[in-house]
Design a protein around this ligand. Structure first.
Ligand code: APR
Length: 244
């Protein structure tokens, strides 16, 4: 039986909710190259275009609903008694939260926030943003960008993630291609600390050899079945303990 569990999610966990992945549609994300809207160079070159992309993405995903994969994580977090279940997500959508997941760490940022590049203040940003906005903390205009981690920027919550990877005994990766550093090293780190590593994907991934197990198929089907398995194991063990 495992102790703490870490679940790393990528765009594939949201695919069945109707949110496009990054690398399944010939590298376009909502008809834009990621490099043109998610790099720090793109931001400095044309902040208005970057704001426009994320304003549109916000609208596109606003009505999307969590799918059984997200809901299975909620069930696991509520019923699993052998340790903590943390979600480290590369996604900027909020489907984990909409499904009722807790302990969600958005290492690439999240679509409903903005950040001031001058003073670091993180602001709620549910609606449209533009590059002329004034920071309510430092009063400077033109420095507020979507709180999305662009290529070339540091990830968020990495101290927390390192601690979670050191403690977890089961590492589950769901719907990520393993194409992007450093998230594609988390399985190896967890394994180094003694975790079992399981990968859920519809196809082969870049870092597939880092995993002990591979569960192939749509996460909306495979993850609920895996959670059933995990919770059944716990019940059986509890029965055994109870019988002593
Ligand atoms: N169930 C499980 N896996 C799926 C499903 C599904 N229904 N649909 C697609 N996938 C898998 C694909 O096979 C692919 O391996 O999800 C993965 C999506 O990979 P990417 O599009 O590369 O997305 P992700 O791994 O999250 O990208 C990581 O790259 O562009 C940056 O910042 C961006 O966070 C993103 C990061």
């Amino acid at each position: 039986m495992y102790g703490d569990i870490v679940i790393l999610s990528g765009a594939g966990i949201s695919a069945e909710s109707g949110i496009p992945t990054f690398r399944d549609s010939d590298g376009l994300w909502n008809n834009h190259r990621v490099e043109d809207v998610a790099t720090i160079e793109a931001w400095y070159k044309n902040p208005a275009a970057v704001h426009a992309f994320y304003n549109q993405l916000k609208k596109d995903i606003a009505d999307k609903q969590p799918n059984p994969a997200h809901l299975a994580i909620t069930r696991l977090q509520r019923e699993y008694k052998n340790g903590a279940v943390n979600v480290v997500t590369q996604n900027v959508d909020l489907l984990h939260e909409k499904a009722g997941n807790t302990n969600v760490w958005h290492i690439h940022g999240q679509i409903d926030q903005a950040v001031c590049m001058r003073c670091g203040r993180v602001l709620p940003a549910a609606g449209d943003m533009d590059e002329k906005a004034v920071c309510p903390s430092c009063g400077v205009a033109g420095k507020i960008k979507p709180n999305i981690v662009f290529f070339g920027e540091n990830l968020l919550y990495m101290d927390k993630v390192e601690a979670l990877l050191a403690r977890c005994r089961l590492f589950v990766s769901v719907g990520t291609s393993g194409a992007v550093f450093p998230a594609n090293t988390f399985a190896r780190t967890a394994k180094y600390h003694g975790a079992e590593t399981v990968e859920f994907n519809v196809g082969e991934t870049v870092n597939r050899y880092d995993f002990d197990r591979h569960v192939t198929g749509p996460a909306g089907t495979t993850l609920p079945a895996f959670v059933d398995e995990l919770l059944k194991e716990r019940t059986e063990e509890a029965d055994i303990v109870g019988d002593r």
